[in-house]
Design a protein around this ligand. Sequence first.
Ligand code: HGY
Ligand code: MN
Ligand code: MN
Ligand code: MN
Length: 410
Amino acid sequence: MTPDAFLADFHAVARIGATPAGGVDRQAATPADRETREWFAAFAARRGWETRVDGIGNQFALVELVPGAPYVLLGSHLDSQPLGGRFDGAYGVIAALHAAERIAARVSGADAPADGPVYNLAVVNWFNEEGGRFAPSIMGSSVFAGIKDEAAMLDVRDLEGTSVREALSAIGYLGADERPAIAAYAEIHIEQGRLLERDGLPIGAVDRSWYTQKLDIEVLGEQSHTGATAMADRHDALLGAAQVITRVHEVTELFPPETLVSSVGQLTLEPNSPIVVARRVRLVADLRADDAAVVLEARDRLLRDIAEIADAYGLTITARDFDVRDNQHYPESGLALAEEAAAHLGLGARRIRTMAGHDSVAMNRIAPTVMLFIPSVDGVSHCEREYTSDADMVAGVEMLAEVGWRLVHG
Ligand code: HGY
Ligand code: MN
Ligand code: MN
Ligand code: MN
């Protein structure tokens, strides 16, 4: 692994599904997703690493160090949001491939320590971390961790009615290979926030994640003529939805600034005609906070507000909880290991929370997990403007290689 080789690979992958303003559009199980999977498989094949694909499309490259031993998994996700950034997820997968190459070379190198590794090593590209096309997010790693049922996830459909099973089969990645037995997991990812940039630090060691949930809200009114129908007779689903969207924002103001974060990011409208009062609106609200009680209080306030809006506008509004993720604390052992590795490399580091979801949230349920961040310029992500410097990316690869080296030695 040389910095130039890593950067060349990173920029090669960034060209797959590239969008005009420097982002990528590689939603789960699309042709662009298939192209990145083929790139991943070719990288592994050139090094003689076996690749596997499991029943939910998770892709693995196995680096055999200790025959028969369980695997330290290094990885992240290659899928993206629509018009997303070229760093989110993809950086972590490419960094993991290069870190694995470095670890394998060190293990077989002349200065390899007498007490060799006790675990194997594998790199993973998780299926559908983003959850943009198929909800919920963090899907492939949640199935691997036994948090989500594989058959149920394969039946999930996108807005066009295509199922995960059909989409994975269409790109040739509906696998059936045996999943590697896991010993530990490490992931490196862009922070997608401003803290490392503000503190001038190259590395974050994630110590905790949010409590989060989404609300799938359906607003039902009555279709009518936008001209001929008297105002008093209208049951306008889009007007009601507009009130709901405003309340989803306003509920954050019941708490101290930045305690609760919320947005409505997805909306579908029927019939979506300029001269028809809307019959149906479906929208998804995302609620997140450090503290579960805050999200649960906000959710209850919202449900009460939604009932008032339905009454006031003569609508039927239902809200369904989904993608609920409980608070997570990452193990002290992993944090200490990360801090020792950073100190060994002379890299400044701090402990940091994540308000973004990651596959490590699922893995942290089943194995010792280390989650690392590198800085994001302006804290921008899920946007074509997402950016991290080459220097920060290369430092992160060094860091992941050092953490992975320590993990494979038990
Ligand atoms: O949910 C998340 O934060 C992730 O980006 N999918
Ligand atoms: Mn991500
Ligand atoms: Mn993301
Ligand atoms: Mn994420």
